[in-house]
Design a binder for this molecule. Structure first.
Ligand code: PLP
Length: 494
């Protein structure tokens, strides 16, 4: 199985090469040349497997340059004791037609763990397979969840180091302490005196600094990224869509072959795109419902076929979805345009020059056939958290609540009663202040103390990694000026 760039199909690489390289030099993303089909009987076989076995099986369909033994061993290690349930990604049934796929049982309590616990194995193995002799330094700019999940995934992984920059005033106290207390010999964390954009711009500047790349290459290092454009992050996410379906079949909630919907809280379009790939493989999916917060650029895109990022940016209580440029949409455009690299490159050129592009009627028709979209305000999201808690005795986080609300709107509008899986992306304990507020307990402070407060108020238990923060100490206290991030990386690689 080969991978091609969405902007130039003549760039054709093995899976290991695509994962090692991350992004194509033409700026495109790597996609599988053909999407493998689940053979008849595959769902039946997968139903009888554990999550880890499902992961090895499904990833094997895409990565024929990795052996089944390698993939099985990666799955064992990625989805082992770091998860607080042997089910890895359990499905909770709320009523006959509504189910919740909980993707936050990993070490950092957000869905990023599903991919970032696997990526280090895929990447370090890719380095060996491609004959890369240098060691890799992962650089991450984070607005919260990605940084911690990447640190936890790469900690003490051989031949790697990881440096995370976060905006000093742009993450919650819990997210900050999660990162600054990170254990591991190969990790570094540094605040940036600025906002998320400053941190991200700083990291991009380091990536594009040829002289610096040469300097560290002489010392045996190269730079790579752990963000969701890497195929090695998308692939592990396909697994849980198929796994959730199997779980529903196993419990008799759907009949084998019966179609279901998924409703996904979306930012960068990475999570929901994995659901689309699962559907293209033959998973019985009726519709994918794309849920946004006030940053509703995707809702408009799905409605009109026009992607336009020229609009105000809103800081919301679901911050991991506060995004105006959904990078992974590029992969969908490539697929919908019949693998037309020129057309895809054209859309992306429009996005970078005018902030906007409009898809052809043919692409729009394909979009209509699969995707629905909707958005929810912060006020509505808090209402949903309260309602679900009081009516269902189930505590959900702000991102999950966006999806829950959008699903209610979708059902009311369309009358579509197909069984639906709401994809739940974070533990409510990651966003204590907003969740407490939703339960009618407005707190003036942020702080780790809110973890106990939420446990008391809701009668639920905090996940162990978050409860442990109460006694955690910050190891990393440095703060860099936004134009002085490069020396931090230089020091880190000494
Ligand atoms: C990253 C994240 C999302 C958005 O996922 P995308 O792949 O960017 O669409 C949603 N919820 C949470 C909690 C996240 O951390």
């Amino acid at each position: 199985m080969k991978y091609v760039s969405t902007r130039d199909k003549s760039v054709r690489l093995s899976g290991a090469e695509a994962i090692a390289r991350g992004l194509s030099r033409d700026g495109g993303l790597f996609v599988p040349e053909t999407i493998p089909a689940l053979e008849s009987g595959a769902i039946g076989k997968l139903c009888a497997m554990t999550y880890r076995e499902r992961a090895a099986y499904i990833m094997g369909l895409y990565l024929d340059d990795y052996t089944p033994e390698e993939l099985a061993s990666f799955a064992e290690r990625a989805y082992g004791d770091a998860f607080d349930t042997p089910l890895t990604a359990p499905v909770r049934s709320v009523d006959e037609k509504t189910h919740v796929l909980e993707l936050w049982h990993g070490p950092t309590c957000a869905f990023k763990d599903m991919a970032l616990q696997m990526l280090p194995h895929l990447l370090t193995s890719a380095l060996l397979k491609t004959g890369e002799e240098k060691r890799v330094c992962i650089l991450v700019a984070t607005s919260g969840d990605t940084g911690k999940a990447a640190l936890e995934g790469f900690r003490d992984v051989g031949r790697t180091r990881i440096m995370v920059f976060y905006p000093r005033d742009g993450v919650s106290d819990i997210q900050k302490l999660q990162m600054t207390s990170q254990a591991g010999e190969n990790v570094g964390v540094c605040a940036v005196a600025g906002n998320f954009d400053d941190a991200q711009t700083g990291v991009k500047t380091i990536f594009s600094d040829e002289a610096f790349r040469e300097e560290i290459a002489e010392r045996g290092w190269f730079l790579s990224s752990a963000n969701s454009i890497n195929w090695g992050r998308l692939l592990p996410q396909i697994v849980y869509y198929i796994s959730a379906y199997c779980d529903l079949v196993n419990r008799g909630a759907v009949k084998a072959g019966e179609k279901i919907n998924f409703c996904v809280p979306t930012g960068n379009f990475g999570n929901i795109l994995a659901g689309y790939y699962a559907m293209r493989m033959g998973l019985p999916v009726n519709r994918l419902v794309c849920a946004s917060n006030r940053n509703d650029v995707l809702t408009d895109f799905i409605k009109t076929g026009v992607y336009d990022k020229n609009r105000p940016f809103h800081a919301t209580i679901s911050p991991s979805m506060d995004i105006l440029v959904s990078s992974n949409l590029e992969r969908l455009l490539f697929d919908f345009s019949g693998c037309d690299d020129k057309a895809t490159a054209g859309y992306m050129a429009g996005l970078s020059s005018t902030g906007r592009y409009e898809v052809t009627p043919d692409v729009k028709a394909k979009l209509d056939a699969v995707f629905s979209g909707g958005f929810r305000s912060d006020e509505q999201t808090k209402e949903t958290i309260g309602k679900v808690f009081w009516e269902q005795a189930y505590l959900i986080d702000t991102h999950t609540a966006v999806a829950w609300g959008v699903l209610e709107d979708y059902r009311a509008k369309t009358g579509d009663e197909t069984p639906c899986v709401v994809v739940s992306t974070a533990s409510p304990y990651k966003f204590c202040a907003a969740v407490l507020d939703a339960l009618g307990d407005r707190e003036e402070t942020d702080g780790v103390g809110l973890i106990d407060r939420l446990a008391e108020k809701s009668g639920t238990k905090a996940p162990r990694p978050l409860a442990a923060l109460k006694t955690a100490e910050a190891r990393f206290t440095d703060c860099a000026e936004k134009d002085a991030m490069l020396p931090v990386v230089r020091d880190f690689l000494r």
